[in-house]
Design a protein around this ligand. Structure first.
Ligand code: DC
Length: 232
């Protein structure tokens, strides 16, 4: 059995619709391979949080440009759960970026060309040494178009709505399923229709539809694909 460190390191991209379990799968895959996991959506969410906190008008380009100059994003490993958590100017903002207020604004912020350039530049430099699994919407198409393995994840609409609702109920017991459904469909629409790097399946991506798969089943599939590429 070759040592993990002697194996070829690759880049794995995981793109797809909102709430189809991309981050969960990508995180588990990275752990199995001893790779870094980066949730690129957390970067757009942290930028959105900064804009909300500082009343940045997303229609005023100058305000957006000035704001981006004030933003420093980094990731820090949480030893308690093994996750890479996002820091916004040194503050761990994980607890705030998943809230509905951010979810309602993030697709609008993520559609701004200057915001994307800012985030993509950082994502590319994090992936320079390979050995990384990154999830998002444009990772296989715009961030790492030469990635060795590209996975495009999808699941039935209602399955995604129910999963997201269950997740949000933990924090907010009064959250309504209709609000979750409309937020998801709005985000899917904006993410796949924006001008800059819209969500789409890369031509060379493999599709993983997990509507009827358990987390273990989908992980086994992805691991199999990863090993094929690593050993190629
Ligand atoms: O994966 P997520 O739901 O946390 O992502 C939040 C939003 O960020 C999503 O609605 C679209 C945007 N996003 C993006 O445009 N490009 C990425 N690579 C990742 C996320």
């Amino acid at each position: 059995m070759p040592q993990i460190s002697s194996l070829k390191k690759i880049i794995i991209t995981v793109d797809g619709w909102s709430s189809c379990g991309k981050s969960t799968m990508a995180r588990q895959l990275a752990k199995k391979l001893n790779y870094i996991f980066i949730d690129s959506g957390a970067m757009y969410r942290a930028i959105t949080l900064y804009f909300l906190r500082n009343n940045i008008n997303v229609y005023e380009l100058h305000q957006v440009q000035q704001a981006l100059k004030q933003i420093h994003l980094s990731f820090q490993l949480n030893p308690l759960n093994g996750n890479n958590e996002i820091l916004l100017n040194g503050e761990n903002v994980e607890p705030y970026i998943r809230e509905m207020e951010v979810a309602e604004k993030v697709s609008e912020v993520a559609a701004i060309k200057e915001v994307r350039e800012f985030a993509v530049h950082q994502q590319q430099s994090i992936g320079r040494d390979k050995g990384i699994v990154m999830d998002g919407r444009d990772i296989g198409t715009a961030v790492f178009p030469n990635a060795e393995l590209k996975i495009f994840m999808t699941a039935d609409n209602e399955v995604r709505v129910m999963r997201r609702h269950k997740e949000l109920l933990v924090k907010n017991p009064s959250i309504q399923i209709d609000d979750v459904r409309s937020n998801l469909s709005q985000r899917d629409h904006m993410d796949s229709n924006r001008e800059v790097s819209p969500l789409r399946k890369a031509d060379d991506a493999v599709v993983l539809d997990n509507s009827n798969l358990t987390p273990d089943e989908q992980l086994s599939l992805a691991l199999e694909w990863a090993h094929e590429k690593i050993n190629a």
